[in-house]
Design a protein around this ligand. Structure first.
Ligand code: NAD
Length: 255
């Protein structure tokens, strides 16, 4: 069974759909009750075992309650994906400290909370796979997004630590680092960008932004037996965006 935080929308919703399609029971853990219940109900309509649990990832006891639910109602926890998002932004010298604290709480401390809650259950079973959602912004800054970039860099190294501490106990932990993915978050980012949607798509080697199901497919791989030797990895899924330095300005081959 899998718990995915932030699964009422975007990448999380696509991931529970993918994992459910492969036969996993899923818990949609989110603060958006209406959208979360809708995702669960849709999946149940497709024959999946899917539950919505109200869960604010900023609260350790709420994550622990999700893990307890997974144990009591769904036969135990196999997969934990820490994926929820909330961030403030702005010029560093103008960021409200409370917004900074909340950003770190929801994007980094909550990833620790999710692992803190899940690992005892995984240790009991002698296996488990953790996926923490970082970003390509873990590897470089973005204008007026320092809380985000800082938290995501922390997620990558925290994930390595989980991997090395629990690898011999059958628990693997990987981070994913998406580029621009078509979700409500990206829509807000695009609206604030000086680039057109077409220009944003063209930043990627594949010539377009990424679909949520393309991220979900990689998460499914990371959680599968095919990835039994993959742990402590920060998996870039960015359609080649960060592969391109682009000093020459020459366009890609169009044929
Ligand atoms: N979309 C992108 O381009 C992109 C790129 C790189 C990384 N990411 C990362 O992917 C993850 C998912 O992003 P998305 O694009 O699907 O965003 P989204 O806005 O579609 O979904 C985020 C979800 O998090 C939930 N959430 C917010 N605060 C919460 C809290 N305190 N507790 C529980 N749930 C909470 C929201 O209700 C929402 O359902 C995030 O970690 C984000 O940083 C996204």
């Amino acid at each position: 069974m899998a718990i995915v935080t932030g699964a009422a929308s975007g990448i999380g919703a696509a991931t529970v759909q993918r994992l459910a399609s492969e036969g996993a029971a899923v818990i949609i853990a989110d603060i958006n009750d209406e959208a979360g219940a809708e995702v669960a109900s849709q999946l149940r309509g497709e024959g999946a075992e899917a539950f919505f649990q109200h869960c604010d990832v900023g609260e350790l006891d709420q994550l622990e309650a999700c893990v307890a639910f997974a144990g009591s109602e769904c036969g135990g926890l196999d997969i934990m994906m820490n994926n929820a998002f909330w961030s403030s932004g702005g010029w560093v010298h103008e960021i409200d400290p409370a917004g900074w604290e909340r950003s770190i709480q929801i994007m980094l401390t909550a990833v620790f909370y999710g692992c803190r809650a899940a690992i005892p259950a995984m240790l009991e079973r002698g296996r488990g796979s953790i996926v923490n959602t970082a970003s390509i912004e873990a590897f470089g800054g973005e204008m007026q997004a320092s809380p985000y970039a800082t938290a995501k860099a922390g997620v990558v190294n925290f994930t390595r630590n989980v991997a090395i501490e629990y690898g011999r106990k059958g628990i693997r932990a990987n981070a994913i680092c998406p580029g621009i993915v078509a979700t409500p978050l990206a829509e807000a980012f695009n609206a604030a960008s000086t680039r057109t949607p077409e220009e944003l798509g063209n930043l990627h080697a594949i010539g377009r932004i990424i679909r949520p199901d393309e991220i979900a497919a990689v998460v499914a791989f990371l959680c599968s037996e095919d990835a039994s030797a993959v742990t402590g990895h920060a998996m870039t899924i960015d359609g080649g965006l960060t592969a391109h330095i682009n000093l020459s300005g020459r366009p890609p081959y169009e044929g």
